[in-house]
Ligand binder design. Sequence first.
Ligand code: GLY
Length: 256
Amino acid sequence: MFQNVIVRRPCRAMVEGITSCPELGKPDYELALQQHDAYIAALRQCGVQVTVLEADERYPDSCFVEDPAVITRKCAIITNPGAASRNGEKDEIVGAVRKFFPEDKIEYITAPGTLEGGDVMMVGDHFYVGRSARTNAEGIRQFLAILEKHGLTGSEVTLEKVLHLKTGVNYLENGKMLVSGEFVAKPEFARYERIEIPEAEAYAANCIWVNGTVIVPMGYPAVEAAVRAAGYPVLLVDTSEYRKLDGGLSCLSLRF
Ligand code: GLY
């Protein structure tokens, strides 16, 4: 169960955030704020305490708080984001993390290692880490050593196409995971009950489990139906403005 969630309000500069899909247009900032409000409300409905950090105009992508930190049951890990324009976000998340973890339970990924939390998927005490354009071999080496130090385990997953691991695969607890594209046939995930996402709704592979409920992006009826059929209550949240920046439900929070 999660007790806490950390989010950061999107900043006006979000319209300049990194994107692989400029054809979707720039985010509408006012609509993004409304969607963020709805996201926070959905999280609260799932019974978590939400810490809302102030917008940080220096970092257009800073609402995607999942990337500069990874929080486990035993420790918090401040990452070293691989995107240059996002790297400084790590220095801004640490203050919030210190409210929940003493210094000896806060670890750091350091250069030349890079790692972003969007590449980390927690399955109990095991952590899958995607090797991506943002997370390199040295970052993964450091991350696995930190996990081991705290009695946790991890393993590497190679990505071929997607930005982050959780762009295409997300664990819904109870042995079930949502998989799309390159993750449908990955041997690493063969032991799980895989709920396959139709290609047309691939974006919605990025759902989050929060205390028994699954939050699903609004507008993806096949994924919504599949999650309901798997036995989960569903809350829908519109993330259209975050999708324009390759962002989704998991990117917008740290859940622990
Ligand atoms: N726009 C989110 C990211 O590229 O990290």
